[in-house]
Structure formats: structure tokens, C-alpha cells
Design a protein around this ligand. Structure first.
Ligand code: PEP
Ligand code: MG
Length: 288
């Protein structure tokens, strides 16, 4: 079992730390370079996730100084739908890069079905334009949704039939579920991927994906942390997107795991009615 592809390509880095915004051509070249560099493997290109902790200097877009709480403001897919002059060139660039290899589009921070349908419509419109202009692209390009807002996790069964995959963004999912600003060190101590509410949302998302027959990945920090690998396997997670430094250890755990046993363990963890007991169960499983 080798690592396969890129689970999360954060496109906002193309927009940050520069005086101007990258145009379609510049974006296309950047995406094409990555796709061509790893032929035959999948690249999940995440659409622009600007705003909150990710600021672009080139414009005020995503930098609204009047927003008191930018994590809850016009960020990510909300910003893209608010300003389609930012979004459309990106969709064109991603679709054009899909002609060169296995590209998937990943939409961050979905919170309502309306947003998802609007994005899917824009993708279809972009395909029509590209076809008219004779530009090649993958007509079957998979489109996935990031589940990182509790609202999306709770209603994951409503999103799943319209998407090709889910990717759980635990960095934001934990922030929003536990009401802890991820850039505020004063509340860091409340950060807990094993909080029962977080585990329930992850489990709901995985179950919704399974019922709809779509794979569920995880691309937040939790997927790179060996302390959670067995639990996530037991919950039924299909794909882990992680830091390269975590790869060897997590691969070893996955290879050595008995999925039926981990399924029983995950069920016990979900049913635990005591947080200390829950942590102890996870520690015990990891000691073996
Ligand atoms: C996440 O929220 O878990 C995630 C992968 O995205 P980011 O950290 O870029 O918000
Ligand atoms: Mg996120």
C-alpha cells in the first residue's frame, strides 16, 4: 500500500503573499505543474478558501476589516459565490488542468445545500464555456465537498447524493463544533478531537457517505495524528490525507489493523458516557 496522490492542494497559497491576484493562466500553469509532476495519481484541488486565517494582500477580498469574527464571515466558498469574478477563472483553470491527469475539485466550508447546488451549476456552466471554446477538460471530473461545518456534518446525508466524495476538515470542524477560535491560543486548551460531539459528527459523515456509496476522506490535522488512526479506521474512514512525515507510521498502523476489531472498539468509544473513560479506551488501544 503506497501513498496515492495529493489529498489537499490548498490553492489560496497562490493568492497570498503577493501584490496582485493570479489570473486564470497563472493558476492553470500552477495546477498543471502539480498534475504533471505525479502522473497517474489523484490531485484534490481545493477551491479558494480565503478569509479568516488565510488573507490575500492583493485585494480586500477575504480581508474585511469590518468583520468582527472572520471565521464566521464571508470566507471560503461564501466568498467565491459572492464574487464569482474570483471563482470562475479558478474553476476554468482547474477544469483545464483536469485534461492532464486525475484531478478532483474539492469545495471547502459548505454549510447549506443551496451553496452546493450553486457551485455545481457554476461548474456545469464553466464546462459549457470550455466546450464552446474547444478547451479540453475531464467531463467526469469528480466534485467533492469538505465537511467542516457542523451543519454540513449533521445533514451530510442530504449532501452525499449530489457529490462524488466527502473530505472531513477537522481543523475547522473542531473549531466550529467546540466554539474555539483556532488562532486564539487562549482557548487552545479546549481543542479536543476526541470530544464526543466531534466524534459523533465524524461518524455521521462517514455513515452518510457509506449509505450514498461515496468515499469519505479526512484532510484535517487529525488524519496526520497517529493517536487517532485506529479510531478513524474503526469509524470506517476510507482515506487519510496527511503530512508526508506521518505517512510511514500511519501506513504501518493501517497495515497491521484488524478492521472488525477496530469497528467494535470505535463503537465502544462512541457509546462511552464518560470523557475520561473514552480517552482511556483510545489510549489502551494505542498501547498495543
Ligand atoms: C480543515 O479545516 O481541517 C482543513 C483541512 O482546512 P484548513 O485547515 O485549510 O481550513
Ligand atoms: Mg478548513
Amino acid at each position: 500500500m503506497a501513498a496515492q496522490g495529493i489529498g489537499l492542494y490548498r490553492t489560496e497559497f497562490l493568492f497570498m503573499n503577493r501584490p496582485d491576484l493570479p489570473d486564470e493562466e497563472q493558476q492553470y500553469r500552477a495546477y498543471a505543474k502539480v498534475v504533471k509532476a505525479i502522473p497517474g495519481t489523484r490531485v484534490n484541488i481545493r477551491s479558494l478558501d480565503l478569509g479568516a486565517d488565510k488573507r490575500a494582500e492583493a485585494s480586500n477580498r477575504g480581508n474585511d476589516t469590518f468583520t468582527i469574527n472572520p471565521a464566521l464571515g464571508l470566507r471560503s466558498v461564501r466568498l467565491c459565490l459572492h464574487d464569482t469574478s474570483l471563482f470562475r477563472p479558478q474553476l476554468r483553470a482547474i477544469l483545464r488542468a483536469s485534461a492532464l491527469g486525475q484531478v478532483r475539485i474539492m469545495i471547502p466550508m459548505l454549510s447549506s445545500l443551496g451553496e452546493m447546488f450553486r457551485v455545481l451549476d457554476l461548474i456545469e456552466e464553466t464546462k459549457v464555456d470550455l466546450t464552446r471554446q474547444g478547451q479540453p477538460f475531464d467531463p467526469e471530473i469528480p466534485v467533492g465537498g469538505m465537511i467542516e461545518v457542523p451543519a454540513a456534518a449533521v445533514s451530510a446525508d442530504l449532501f452525499a447524493p449530489h457529490l462524488d466524495f466527502f473530505s472531513i476538515g477537522t481543523n475547522d470542524l473542531i473549531q466550529y463544533t467546540l466554539a474555539i477560535d483556532r488562532v486564539d491560543e487562549a482557548v487552545n486548551y479546549l481543542y479536543d478531537p476526541l470530544h464526543p460531539s466531534v466524534l459523533r459528527l465524524i461518524s455521521m459523515t462517514i455513515r452518510a457517505g457509506k449509505s450514498a456509496g461515496i468515499p469519505v476522506a479526512m484532510c484535517g490535522e487529525m488524519a496526520s495524528d497517529v493517536r487517532y488512526t485506529r479510531l478513524l479506521l474503526g469509524l470506517g474512514l476510507d482515506e487519510f490525507s496527511m503530512h508526508p512525515s506521518a505517512l510511514l507510521e500511519i501506513k504501518r498502523i493501517v497495515r497491521e489493523s484488524d478492521l472488525a476489531e477496530l469497528g467494535r472498539f470505535a463503537k465502544n468509544v462512541l457509546e462511552s458516557r464518560d470523557t475520561r473513560e473514552l480517552h482511556a479506551l483510545v489510549d489502551k488501544m494505542n498501547e498495543r
